[in-house]
Design a protein around this ligand. Structure first.
Ligand code: AMP
Ligand code: ZN
Length: 468
C-alpha cells in the first residue's frame, strides 16, 4: 500500500498521515446547526468527510468519528423566540431530517452524534479550567471571555497577522470576521430570550449558555481524548470556529488538540456562496422531489477535488446522472456474468492500484473516479469476449466491490442485484465448507455476510438470507 497523505491546514502542506496509536483514527467533524434543513453545501462537506472515513478504513485503520449536533446557538434561539417555542422544539425535527438526508446520500453513520445541550456540565468544567489557568475572565454582565493575548499561539491555524488582534475588545456573537479577532465568549450570561426558549443553564457565574466554539472543544475531548488525530469541517470554519477551539482546548490542557486539520472547499451556486441566509438554497428534499438519487449527488461531489470550489449546475448533475447509470449497468453485468479472462485480472489489478494511489494522495476522488471508468471500459471489453474463467471474474468483482465500498455509487436496483449475486455465491462457498466439515471457514463466511449487513438462516429447504 502507498503512503496515505493529507493536506494539513496547520502546515499548509500535503503530509503523511497515520493515527497516533497505529490502529484507530480518532476524528472529529463539526456537524450541522439543526434549525433548518442542511443545504447541499453542508452536505458537500459531510460527503468529503464520508469519503475521508471510508478511505481511512481502506487504509486498514479503524475509525472513531464524532460529529456534534449544534442544538443551541444564536440562530436557533432567534428562531425559537420568533415562533414562541423552545429550542428543542426547533431542533428535534431538523435533527431527524438531517439523519434522513444523510442516509439518502449514503453517508455512513459516525460512531457518535453528541448534542451540545446534553454536555453543559463538561462545558462548564472546561470554562472553570480556563479561569483557573488565568486565560479566561468574567465580564460585568456575568459572561466569560477567552483572553486571546494570553494564548501566544492564537491565530496560528488561520495565519492571522498578530497585529490584527484587538486585545481587550470583545465579541459576543458566535460568528465574526477575521478583522474582529477579539476576546470571544465562552459562556454567555442569560438574556430573557434565552430563558424563554429553554436556552439557559445554571453555572458558577449564574444563569447562562455556552458559546458555539466551546461546545466542540468539550465534546471532542470527552469522546476522543485531549489529543486526537483529525479534525475536519468546511473552509469557513477555520476562523473563528477552529481557531477558537484550538485556543480553548490547548490553553486548558497544554497539549496539542488535533494533530491534523482538514478543510473542504465550498459549494457555490452560480458562483455565489451557498448559505442558509441566501435565497439560492437547495437541499436533499428538493433532490428527492426532482428524482435525483443520492448516488448522483455523491458522484457530482466526488468529481471535484475537495479543496477546489464546486459550482452546482443542472448540466453537471445531468452528467453525474449518466455516469451513475453507466456504473449501475456495469455492476449488473458483472453480477450476471459467468466468466472472465486473464486480461480481466490485469484490468482489476490496475484499477485497484490506480484507485488507491489516487485516494491516498490527499483524497483525489476525481482521479479515483477516472480509475473506475477506465476499469469499466477495460472490463466491458473483456466480458464481450465471453471468457469462462470463474476465478478471473471473481477477481474483477472483488476489485469493483473494493472501489464501490468507498465511492458507493451503484444505484439502488443494480446494487440489490449485485448484492444478491454475491450472497448466493458466498452461501455456496459456505455449504462447500460445511460439507468438508471445515466449520471455521463456514463461520468466516457468515461473518463476511454480517459485515455487509446480511443475516442467514439454515432450514430444511436450504439457507435463506435477508438484510439486517
Ligand atoms: P453549519 O450547519 O452552518 O454549522 O455548517 C455545517 C458544515 O457545512 C460546516 O462544516 C460548514 O463549513 C459547511 N458548509 C457551510 N456552507 C457550505 C458550503 N456552501 N459548501 C460547503 N460546505 C459548507
Ligand atoms: Zn465545531
Amino acid at each position: 500500500m502507498p503512503e496515505f497523505r493529507l493536506y494539513n491546514t496547520l502546515t499548509r502542506r500535503v503530509e503523511p498521515f497515520a493515527p497516533a496509536d497505529g490502529h484507530t483514527v480518532r476524528m472529529y467533524t463539526c456537524g450541522p446547526t439543526v434549525y433548518n434543513p442542511a443545504h447541499l453545501g453542508n452536505f458537500r462537506t459531510f460527503l468529503f468527510e464520508d469519503l475521508m472515513r471510508r478511505t481511512l478504513k481502506l487504509a486498514g485503520w479503524r475509525v472513531e468519528q464524532i460529529m456534534n449536533l449544534t442544538d443551541v446557538d444564536d440562530k436557533i434561539i432567534r428562531k425559537a423566540a420568533a415562533l414562541g417555542t423552545t429550542i428543542s422544539h426547533v431542533t428535534e425535527p431538523f435533527t431527524e431530517l438531517f439523519h434522513q438526508d444523510r442516509r439518502y446520500l449514503r453517508i455512513e453513520d459516525a460512531e457518535g452524534y453528541p448534542k451540545a445541550t446534553a454536555h453543559i456540565p463538561e462545558m462548564v468544567a472546561l470554562v472553570e479550567r480556563l479561569i483557573a489557568k488565568n486565560v479566561a475572565y468574567e465580564a460585568e454582565d456575568g459572561s466569560i471571555y477567552f483572553a486571546i493575548d494570553r494564548f501566544p499561539n492564537y491565530g496560528h491555524l488561520s495565519q492571522l497577522d498578530k497585529r490584527e488582534l484587538r486585545t481587550g475588545a470583545r465579541v459576543a456573537q458566535d460568528e465574526y470576521a477575521k478583522e474582529n479577532a477579539q476576546d470571544f465568549a465562552l459562556w454567555k450570561a442569560a438574556k430573557d430570550e434565552d430563558e424563554a426558549t429553554g436556552a439557559a443553564w445554571d453555572s458558577p457565574w449564574g444563569r447562562g449558555r455556552p458559546g458555539w466554539h466551546l461546545e466542540c472543544s468539550a465534546m471532542a475531548m470527552k469522546y476522543l481524548g485531549e489529543t486526537f488525530d483529525l479534525h475536519a469541517g468546511g473552509i469557513d470554519l477555520i476562523f473563528p470556529h477552529h481557531e477558537d477551539e484550538i485556543a480553548q482546548s490547548e490553553a486548558a490542557t497544554g497539549k496539542t488538540f488535533a494533530r491534523c486539520w482538514c478543510h473542504g472547499e465550498f459549494l457555490l451556486t452560480d458562483g455565489a456562496k451557498m448559505a442558509k441566509r441566501v435565497g439560492n438554497v437547495a437541499n436533499v428534499v428538493e433532490l428527492r422531489e426532482q428524482g435525483i438519487s443520492g448516488t448522483v449527488y455523491r458522484h457530482f461531489v466526488f468529481n471535484a477535488h475537495y479543496r477546489k470550489q464546486l459550482n452546482l449546475g443542472e448540466d453537471s448533475l445531468e452528467q453525474s446522472r449518466a455516469a451513475v447509470r453507466r456504473i449501475g449497468t456495469f455492476a449488473k453485468r458483472l453480477a450476471e456474468a459467468s466468466g472472465g479472462t486473464e486480461a480481466l485480472v490485469a484490468a482489476a489489478s490496475k484499477a485497484e492500484h490506480a484507485f488507491i494511489e489516487a485516494l491516498f494522495d490527499d483524497l483525489n476522488a476525481p482521479e479515483a473516479l477516472a480509475a473506475l471508468f477506465t476499469f469499466i471500459t477495460d472490463a466491458n471489453r473483456e466480458l464481450d469476449t465471453g471468457g469462462t474463467d470463474v476465478a478471473a471474474l471473481d477477481r474483477a468483482r472483488a476489485a469493483f466491490r473494493m472501489i464501490d465500498g468507498v465511492l458507493d455509487l451503484v444505484p439502488e436496483q443494480e446494487a440489490d442485484a449485485e448484492l444478491a449475486a454475491w450472497v448466493e455465491e458466498r452461501i455456496e462457498a459456505r455449504n462447500a465448507a460445511r460439507e468438508r466439515r471445515d466449520f471455521g471457514a463456514a463461520d468466516a463466511v457468515r461473518a463476511e455476510l454480517v459485515a455487509r449487513g446480511v443475516s442467514i438462516e439454515d432450514s430444511a429447504q436450504g439457507t435463506r438470507w435477508k438484510r439486517l
